[in-house]
Design a protein around this ligand. Structure first.
Ligand code: ARG
Length: 443
């Protein structure tokens, strides 16, 4: 029973939040005259001592004390005597643990937000460097149309921006204090929930005591935002894995963020990218674990909810590490823009530009232009040349409305430069997006 019942092996990680919550509660009990000023002061000083011990030596795990709340209360009793027994007046471990965990998740979100801003900064700086570097854009991992590398990197800037907004949103929604909901029904003591909420940096107290002690939405919100974020990091990781492979050769990962093989001296493996990709699966698993734990629990607290912490802790550690690794990779990767350009030029990626030219200059309906372009691509394929290397006579044999001006549209540079629509890949648009991002990030 001791072993299955205890949460101290993992919830000791909440010690800072537990001390902060208890100090806020004790101060309120003193101010409200529920405990004497002397006892409130002794409790506060004792909790300060306990915090100092935890900080210096860590939390001792004693399964008999079940959790961090009981461990702290017992140590407080050893330090200050019977007054320690007054701390638990007008509260329960149910509102206590909900409060502690919310405080922890709130700090975790702050850490993630800072990390993601750093990742965005890295993406923006590399995008600025490569606002004009041409690479193939892909659909179905087949060369589609040329894009700029800066545009590609800024796509991830956008994804990470949405991640930040999801985390910020989760934090804003979570920021109400459950403390004072007591076991489930509230309390008859004249407590001041506004005061403890304010002392702990919450926007105010929660509205319903039953909901307060049984709500873990804030943890699920965190895990769901973490899952979406991890999926984004995983996608960028996969790009790095593909780009670093020899047939692509689009990037050389830095030595700092890759590893050698124990037997193949020529290897530089994208281990960090693969682990970020792998961690995303584990983070999604954590999200599923808590969702399944909460499913079907009746009001109010049930002990199942003690299992809420391990998946959140695990996901957060994995995510924080993934963000740091991804930031390091983005900052230090070498983009082999010559290889990217060659791949863009090799894949008939400007075929759409030929069709667009026929529409714009020769007033050909798009469907017909698409058909004509198909014939030009086939000719280029059989003669083994690029689209802009097909002689003008051969192009005119396909359709006499084509003239020499078409060559201006067929280079990959002309192709990207032409895509100036809002959100398009043209270097001028990328530089604008970079400027906006730098302003938003105060870079
Ligand atoms: N160790 C418990 C947890 O982490 C604290 C709450 C215990 N409450 C109770 N009614 N047994 O959830």
């Amino acid at each position: 029973m001791r072993e299955i019942n205890a949460s101290i092996p993992f919830d000791k990680r909440l010690w800072r939040e537990d001390i902060a919550g208890s100090r806020a509660h004790a101060a309120m009990l003193g101010a409200a005259g529920i405990v004497s000023p002397d006892d409130a002061a002794a409790i506060d000083a004792g909790l300060g001592t306990v915090a100092g011990e935890y900080d210096a030596d860590g939390v001792t795990v004693d399964l008999a004390l079940e959790d961090i709340h009981m461990a702290t209360e017992q140590r407080l009793a050893q330090l200050i005597g019977p007054a320690a027994g007054r701390l638990h007046t007008a509260r329960s471990r149910n509102d206590q643990v909900a409060t502690d965990f919310k405080l922890w998740v709130r700090s975790a979100i702050d850490a993630v937000l800072a990390g993601l801003a750093g990742l965005q900064a890295a993406l923006v700086m590399r995008a600025e460097e490569h606002a004009e570097s041409v690479m193939p854009g892909f659909t179905h991992l087949q060369v589609a149309q040329p894009v700029t590398l800066g545009h590609h990197l800024m796509a991830y800037y956008e994804m990470v921006g949405r991640d930040r907004s999801r985390f910020a949103d989760a934090k804003a929604r979570a920021n109400l204090s459950p403390l004072g909901s007591a076991a489930l029904a509230g309390t008859g003591f004249p407590i001041d929930r506004d005061a403890t909420a304010a002392a702990l940096g919450f926007d105010g107290p929660t509205a319903n005591s039953l909901d307060s002690v049984s709500d873990r939405d804030f943890a699920m919100d965190y895990l769901m935002a973490a899952t979406t974020c991890a999926v984004h990091l995983s996608r960028l990781s996969e790009e790095f894995v593909i780009w670093a492979s020899q047939p692509f050769g689009f990037v050389a990962l830095s030595d700092a963020w890759s590893t050698g093989s124990s037997i193949m001296p020529q290897k530089r493996n994208p281990d960090a990218a693969e682990l970020v990709r792998g961690h995303s699966g584990r983070i999604a698993g954590c999200m599923m674990a808590l969702t399944m734990t909460m499913k079907g629990l009746p009001l109010a607290y049930s002990k199942d909810m003690q299992d809420d912490k391990p998946p959140v802790f695990e996901a957060h550690d994995l995510l924080a590490l993934s963000i740091a690794a991804m930031t390091g990779m983005v900052e230090s990767v070498t983009f082999r823009t010559d290889r990217m350009r060659a791949a863009a030029e090799a894949g008939y990626s400007t075929a759409t530009d030929l069709a667009d030219w026929l529409v714009r200059v020769a007033d050909v309906p798009f469907r017909e232009a698409h058909h004509i372009t198909g014939q030009a691509v086939r000719l280029a394929e059989t003669t083994g040349c690029a689209l802009d290397q097909i002689p003008i006579d051969a192009l005119r044999a396909i359709d006499p409305r084509i003239d020499r001006r078409v060559y201006d549209a067929l280079s990959v540079d002309a192709s990207v430069a032409a895509r100036v629509s809002h959100g398009g890949t043209a270097p001028v648009r990328v530089r604008e997006a970079v400027a906006r991002a730098k302003e938003a990030l105060a870079l």
